[in-house]
Design a protein around this ligand. Structure first.
Ligand SMILES: Nc1ncnc2c1ncn2[C@@H]1O[C@H](COP(=O)(O)OP(=O)(O)O)[C@@H](O)[C@H]1O
Ligand SMILES: [Mg+2]
Length: 372
């Protein structure tokens, strides 16, 4: 009997929706189909406007975008299933991460807000949908993030090799997987992944991202600037910790570089190095025994970034692909897995990672087509 789930992910990079169809039969994680639905310029702008920390958000715009994204997520599922020629009735559930519009785990009344109405997803696909994963963890005093480490542990743990998984999305996060099952898994956001590089190239060259890191490579890394940026309190804060684009924003960057007269490409090179070095230093500090680093997330396509990471670590750095999952698929599959955890009444958070006071079953459940 197959055990089919769909996972939907659209991360902080605002590039689009990743949709995966997974068969978990016999505790395997078999990819049946994958689809990517890029966001239109218009949608990206609308999300971006809500994302900006200083924007006065109209509740009407917020509500309308929640609905609009709900329809897009449902479309992504329906097109994925059509492509795979799998009927909706054979899918047990969808795990929908939603689009984060604000992540504020450290304020007096902490919250993490993801939108893309799951009522619409459940109704338009007919499939039970699990959504709003992060807030249950926050309800038990966790950061609500990162949530992928439990999945990383399930698929990438090795009995004799100390591994570290690095996901480089808009924000970068690591999962430390000691070989001994008894050791605690550590995981946290190291800081910016692609987000500052994306914002900078967008401002200066009107491009969504720096293809292969080619522009950064033409610049010169300014090590003084990187040291100064690294003085930001986030980097030295102890885990559990998580962050978002609200924090590592263009205003964060502009504030740091305000009066200096740097060349734009030197800043890009320095931002690329900042991402690389903060990942490497987090590994050296919290996972000094690491024997292999596995990379996933869009940052893996930034060839220059990967070179910088390799130069600053003394163990092999590989893509997750030869270890079972294509690096572009990991997060969307993680949310299919998290939905399965929820349906099976299993927790999805690792309390040692998020800082929660207990393991909890994550997400709200929106039932699919049921006879009434
Ligand atoms: N060919 C490439 N060269 C450099 N960077 C890339 C390339 N392809 C994707 N990226 C980076 O990956 C990001 C998307 O990564 P993704 O894992 O989807 O992040 P998120 O989870 O935040 O959506 C893009 O915004 C871009 O910065
Ligand atoms: Mg993405």
């Amino acid at each position: 009997m197959s055990e089919l789930y769909v996972g939907l992910m659209s991360g902080t990079s605002l590039d689009g929706i990743d949709a995966s169809l997974i068969d978990f039969e016999n505790h395997k994680t078999q990819l049946i189909a994958f689809d990517y639905l890029p966001f239109s310029f218009d949608i990206r702008n609308a999300i971006q406007r809500l994302n900006e920390p200083e924007t006065l958000i109209s509740l009407k715009d917020y509500g309308a975008l929640d609905t609009r994204l709900g329809h897009l997520f449902a479309e992504a599922v329906n097109s994925l299933l059509a492509k795979a020629q799998v009927p909706a009735s054979s899918v047990l559930a969808i795990g929908s991460h939603g689009q984060t519009i604000y992540h504020a785990p450290d304020i007096q009344f902490p919250f993490s807000l993801q939108i893309g109405d799951p009522n619409i997803i459940a109704e338009k696909t007919g499939i039970t949908t699990v959504a709003d994963f992060r807030r249950r963890d926050i309800a038990v005093n966790g950061q609500g993030a990162p949530l992928v480490p439990a999945f990383h542990k399930a698929v990438f743990h090795h009995p004799t090799e100390h591994r570290c998984i690095v996901n480089i999305g808009g924000i970068a996060n690591i999962t430390v997987l000691p070989a001994y099952q008894s050791s605690k898994v550590i995981g946290f956001d190291t800081g910016p992944g692609n987000t500052l590089m994306d914002l900078w190239i967008n401002q200066h060259r009107n491009l969504a991202y720096d293809e292969n890191g080619d522009w950064a490579r033409t610049g010169k890394i300014n090590y003084d600037l990187v040291s100064y940026l690294k003085q930001d309190a986030y980097f030295s804060a102890l885990p559990p910790k998580s962050t978002g684009k609200e924090y590592f924003s263009l205003s964060w960057l502009n504030e740091k570089i305000k009066s200096a007269n740097y060349k734009a490409e030197d800043i890009q090179a320095s931002l690329c190095f900042l991402t690389a070095i903060t990942i490497c230093e987090a590994i050296q500090k919290y996972a000094p025994l690491t024997e292999r680093v596995l990379i996933c997330g869009g940052g893996i396509h930034n060839v220059y970034l990967l070179e910088l990471i390799r130069q600053n670590l003394n163990c092999p750095v590989n893509s997750t692909e030869p270890y079972g999952i294509h690096p572009d698929h990991v997060e969307a599959i993680a949310f299919a897995w998290l939905a399965r955890q929820t349906l099976n009444h299993q927790p999805g958070n690792l309390k040692e990672v998020t800082g929660a006071n207990k393991a909890v079953i994550l997400g709200g459940l929106y039932r699919g087509n049921e006879a009434v």
